[in-house]
Write a protein that binds this ligand. Structure first.
Ligand code: MG
Length: 453
């Protein structure tokens, strides 16, 4: 495949007003608009640079003949929901979980799914090698606003769970939106669900004064302490654009994303009597174990939430997700959805009548190790080919080359994947003991080192 020059795994992410200038954003939006030729929804997160970039992409889109509908500040999945139902395309201004100086542009197709590779290459070709289609004066687009999408997104989320059952339990909840786009949805959804809500960092602020927007354990210490102090049933946290939800159990334990994924998978399969589950090759064996027990079928894609979303659409899948806790409910939004994840987790707590720590403890247990090793970009393909050759010739382990090289042994697996953005390989192993997981990850690293010269 042709190497992409601008786009990463989901859109373009750069330092705001340094690399990601208004001129850059405007030309890129005009290139995208030249291909879409329709009505494009735009919206974004709470970053200081978001209004500037929204104006920039607006003029780019208008000059390519597209009409523009500004949806305001709202979560990424709310924009994806709106595009799928009402518009021909969308541009989301966000840098997700990255620090405040960054911003980005996520482009989606008419289904609200991150744009496919061939479309991104076409946008890049127009950006670098030719000119966006600048329409004549009488074809320039119009600007509109739509302030109703947040309300609709909240209402549609609530429609998909048993609101009465959750209301009756009067759950005690602490929610930390990290001053991101979730401030405009999460507290309101929890109120509608009859919860006793305590908010942390739920005032929108592009400086993210309370915590870094990435919802990892070191950044969630205030949330953890508050859950413990208040004796809450659960703590919830979102990233900057509120497409991911992280849970803290009633004891204050950080629940890993793959546990949340497994928990919801189990419930979805139980409720629906089975179905197709889509995930990536880097996801836990637990997902397969649960699928086997509850009549599910697992399909694994290369790493990337938009690949999972597209596969869910193509296979009419039931549910999907990634090991980082990005969960996709394809009957609602073709992308990771934090609000739906919250609603579903609360429904599970209520229906199962058990505390979150207990529900997590019932899931299959595996141990993981993640390591990385440097490797020059131009050697990556050769290294992967040589590792695959060695495994094929000297062992009878199963190989999966959907993304990088995944080696499956009887008691676990290791995947060696080249980073798309840095000169490194990431090596991720899983097994039934921590020691074995460590050993397998180190073995993966040693294979890269052997062949990188
Ligand atoms: Mg995000």
């Amino acid at each position: 495949m042709t190497e992409k020059r601008l786009f990463g795994t989901f859109g373009v992410r750069r330092t705001a007003n340094d690399v990601l200038t208004p001129e850059f954003a405007s030309r890129l939006a005009a290139s995208y608009g030249s291909i879409v030729q329709g009505t494009v929804a735009i919206g974004g997160d709470t970053r200081t640079s978001t209004p500037m970039l929204k104006y920039a992409i607006t003029v780019g889109l208008l000059s390519s003949g597209c009409d523009v509908v500004d949806l305001g500040i709202l979560p990424t999945p709310a924009i994806q929901y709106a595009v799928r139902n009402y518009y021909d395309g969308g541009i989301i201004v966000t840098a997700s979980h990255n620090p405040p100086k960054y911003n980005g542009l996520k482009f989606v197709d008419e289904f609200g799914i991150g744009t496919p590779d061939d479309m991104e290459l076409e946008v890049e070709r127009m950006y670098f090698d030719s000119e966006p289609n600048r329409v004549s004066w009488d074809k320039i687009g119009d600007c509109f606003t739509n302030q109703t999408i947040i309300k609709e997104y909240i209402a549609e989320t609530l429609k998909r769970v048993d609101v009465e059952a959750i209301r009756n339990r009067k759950l005690k909840i602490v929610v930390d939106c990290g001053s991101g786009a979730g401030c405009f949805t999460a507290p309101y959804i929890l109120k509608e669900l009859g919860c006793e809500v305590t908010t942390i960092n739920c005032q929108a602020d592009g400086f993210f004064p309370g915590r870094d927007p990435e919802p990892i354990e070191p950044n969630l210490q205030d949330l953890i302490a508050t859950v413990k102090n208040l004796g809450a049933d659960i703590g919830l946290a979102h990233d900057g654009d509120a497409d991911r939800t992280i849970c803290i159990d009633e004891k204050g334990n950080f629940v890993l994303g793959d546990k949340t994924f497994a928990l919801v998978e189990k419930q979805m399969l139980k409720e629906n009597g089975g179905g197709i589950i889509v995930t990536t090759v880097a996801t836990s064996q637990a997902i397969y174990d649960i699928a086997e027990e509850y009549n599910g079928e697992v399909i694994a894609t290369a790493v990337g939430d938009l690949l999972v979303a597209r596969k869910l659409k193509d296979t009419d899948g039931l549910f999907g997700g990634e090991e980082n806790g990005g969960l996709i409910f394809p009957n609602f939004v073709y992308g990771r959805d934090a609000a739906m994840t919250v609603a579903k987790i609360l429904e599970i707590l209520v229906k199962e009548g058990k505390p979150l720590s207990e529900l997590v403890a019932e899931l299959p247990v595996y141990y993981q190790q993640k390591l990385k090793v440097e490797c020059a970009d131009d050697l990556k393909q050769e290294v992967m080919a040589k590792i695959a050759d060695e495994i094929n010739e000297t062992t009878d382990f199963e190989l999966d080359t959907t993304d990088g090289v995944k080696i499956l042994k009887d008691d676990g697996w290791v995947i060696v994947r080249p980073s798309g953005t840095e000169p490194i390989f990431r090596c991720f192993a899983e097994s039934d003991s921590q020691e074995k997981a460590n050993e397998m990850a180190e073995w993966g690293i040693s294979l890269v080192e052997k062949y990188k010269g």
